[in-house]
Design a protein around this ligand. Structure first.
Ligand code: PLP
Length: 361
């Protein structure tokens, strides 16, 4: 076996011990003689997997009783439609556009009502988070929407926007469980799990119970109706059962790691190794500055496309995988999610230093 350091933005690296446990249990889960993949989702055994996963997530994020946790399908993008369908009572919503994912979400919402863009950082390729302390929040807005960590551009909200009393909805796909959050500040949080938690396709929605309503937009598909999903305990239809099982294992791994406070410290330490080098390098430049920097996704460039290509190719050969940046930013991006060990970041920096020595002027 030859594991590589995988810097992919998602699907992404998962904890090795979780993958090993899952492999060990593949043919015979807990003495059942079958894989979780083969197990009825209506069985007591699967119900226990689901209940434990929810409880562990509640413990990790300190999710209060007033919030429901839903394990759904369709990835994060499906929620771009589900959110307006369930929450747009006045058919007005405000979006802060800090990257392509927020833009896509706002465009989807436009199909259902009026969307106001409160702020955007498109003017500088989404390389910063706009000032959100005094936004022109719409009087009739049903919610204010953000993408909290911008996977492509490597920015993160260091403080939440002032929504002037409106409900905050946040896409936390690429910072899920990377640090503690105060759930009570949000009406709804959601994230695809394929970056920090598990297999693609599963999406977790954490929603304040009073926002789970009978009245949703007309013709909302049954599968996207939060009330129906909540009343069925995420089992309206066959859920992404294997995905939920892996999520549960990652939640338990995070508990063994000491929870989200410890994870934050570890993630800060890892990111500091990379940012410190980027700030002093004469060859590589970070594309994001200061407090807007993400702990999870770190884009950087040399300013020379050919050299970027050479770097990515040689890094691949050295076992440092998936460092190519998104086409809208160019250059490189190192995604250093929870499961990326500090040794991986150190190996990357050592490789970059060597590359700089050989290719710098
Ligand atoms: N939101 C963010 C912040 C993402 O990074 C991504 C995907 O990479 C998505 C949404 C879309 O997720 P999905 O592919 O699960 O729909």
């Amino acid at each position: 076996m030859n594991r590589v350091y995988n810097f992919s933005a998602g699907p992404a690296v998962l904890p090795e011990e979780v993958l090993k446990e899952a492999a060990d249990e593949m043919l015979d889960y807990a003495g059942t003689g079958m894989s979780v993949m083969e197990m009825s989702h209506r069985s007591d055994r699967f119900q226990r997997i689901l209940d434990e996963a929810e409880q562990d997530l509640r413990d990790l994020m300190k999710i209060p009783e007033e919030y429901a946790v839903l394990f759904l399908q369709g990835g994060a993008s499906q929620q771009f439609a589900a959110i307006p369908m369930n929450l747009m009572q006045n058919r007005v919503a405000d979006y802060i556009v800090t990257g392509q994912w927020a833009k896509k979400a706002s465009e989807e919402a436009k199909k259902y009502g009026t969307v106001n863009i409160l702020a955007s950082s498109a003017d500088r390729t989404y390389s910063y988070i706009p000032d959100c302390s005094d936004l022109p929040v719409s009087e009739k807005a049903d919610y204010v929407y953000i993408c909290e960590n911008n996977t492509i551009y490597g920015t993160k909200f260091s403080s939440l926007p002032n929504t002037k009393g409106k409900i905050l909805v946040s896409d936390i796909s690429s910072c899920f469980l990377s640090e503690p959050v105060d759930v009570t500040k949000y009406g709804l949080l959601f994230g695809g799990v394929q970056k920090n938690i598990g297999p693609a396709g599963t999406v977790i929605v954490i929603i304040r119970k009073d926002l789970i309503r009978d009245e949703v937009l007309e013709k909302t598909p049954t599968m996207l109706h939060y009330k129906i999903q909540a009343e069925a305990g995420s089992l309206y239809n066959t859920p992404p059962a294997y995905g939920i099982y892996i999520c549960g294992k990652v939640f338990r791994w995070l508990k063994r790691m000491g929870g989200l406070e410890n994870m934050k410290q570890y993630n800060e330490k890892k990111a500091a190794v990379l940012y410190r080098y980027l700030d002093e390098s004469r060859l590589f430049s970070p594309t994001v500055q200061g407090k807007d920097r993400s702990l999870m996704n770190v884009p950087f460039v040399t300013g020379n496309k050919e050299l970027d290509g050479k770097f990515i190719k040689e890094a691949e050969q050295a076992g440092l995988k998936s460092l190519k940046g998104h086409r809208s930013v160019g250059g490189m991006r190192a995604s250093i999610y929870n499961a990326m060990p500090i040794e991986g970041v150190e190996a990357l920096v050592a490789f970059m230093k060597n590359f700089e020595k050989e290719n710098g002027d």
